[in-house]
Ligand binder design. Sequence first.
Ligand code: BG6
Length: 468
Amino acid sequence: MQSTDRSRVRSDALVVFGVTGDLVHKMVFPALYRMVKKGVLDVPVIGVASSPWTREELQRHASDSVQKCGAADDPAALARFLGLLEYVSGDYQDPETFRALGKALEKVSRPAFYLAIPPALFETVIRGLGEAGLSRQARVIVEKPFGRDLASARKLNDTAHSVFPEESIFRIDHYLGKEAIMNILYFRFANSFLEPVWNRNYVDSVQITLAENFGVKERGSFYESAGCLRDVVQNHLFQIVALLAMDPPAYQGYDAVHDEKAKVFRAMRPLNAKDLVRGQYAGYRSEHGVAQDSDVETFCALRLFIDSWRWKDVSWYLRSGKNLPVSASEVLVELKPPPQRLFDDSDPPPGEGRANYLRFRLSPNSAVALAARIKSPGKEFVGEQRELFLQNEQQGEEGPYERLLTGALSGNRSLFSREDAVEAAWSVVDPVLYDHNPARPYDIGSWGPKEADSLMGPDDRWHNPSPE
Ligand code: BG6
């Protein structure tokens, strides 16, 4: 699918704010190295951060990152990548930092500024770029979370628009660059068999689980300002909902996809406290950077409705949590049973889910499975539950950061979130960000607090993805 964006001019430098941080070390450097190796990155990469490092220290840090993630398989490409690095050190509040950056960009006319920094600093840096006159013909790439509620997202959008036009703003949600998630869009609209049943007449419920079998690790203080709802639901899970729920794009172009996704967010019914169960794993309050009386949720489960012609009254169940039994994410689209029961066993035994469903396995591996009942050999009309399983994986596939940064540098906005969609998504969660029930404790390695079951309709139950 092509972008209709006509301003597809390549950026001639990448400036990474927060270059000494964790995100850059874990995800961004390996992605940049792979881009150099493929020949899609050959422009200066200028790191900015407050640490008084030298260029050599940054190069050592970047080299360590690439080695640690096991990607350093091409010494010549690694040398080329390290050769592109430059470093500017300074405080983001200090105009001098932006003057020094301006000097480093003297030979550059179309830089891309990537803000891999704490969200509280986004506006400071955007303003600093504007005031230093560095935003002309430039792009800005903003990490998530984009705002922490509707009001702050609007304010951030206003600040960003006072410096950059919307077509130069690239809001990252790395889930949009994942192969398995891009496949939802492709699978839905490259096939014709799905569309007739993809609506309230045939779909009973949809559920999405994003489970992680680890805690907040060293990100306690970030997590305290976010919580599960802001960290992964309002963005990652909602993006998956939008791809599953959207109407067919009206034409071949990503603007059409963005339009349809924004309509889904607008049709979502704003959440109510009784639609949400929040949980906190045992021991969270002892994590580094976490308040001893913290009520921040490390788990959330919610029931969502999309008040559109297509989805009226269909329940969408979303769930995510840290320290659950497995690390895996899946979507389960459960279809209604046949209208008449012609075989005694045509429904699976109680508590075993539905006979017909479509399952999208999103991580750690990618697959699509269609479940059906099939007659067992013999003269009786009895059957069993089977899955038609389509594996969709390739070794060494392009990672989300590589895909997104390559897109942003060439002005391709397909995989980035648009202003109206981000704000509409915040409008859905806004009512429960502050007005909610206390977080319920749950044991590490469990599927979260048992109260999450109470969100389910009488015939529904949570589907727990398997580890493999
Ligand atoms: C990030 C969240 O956006 O997504 C993390 O901040 C979460 O808390 C992560 O662990 C999950 O991403 P992935 O790609 O590992 O599924």
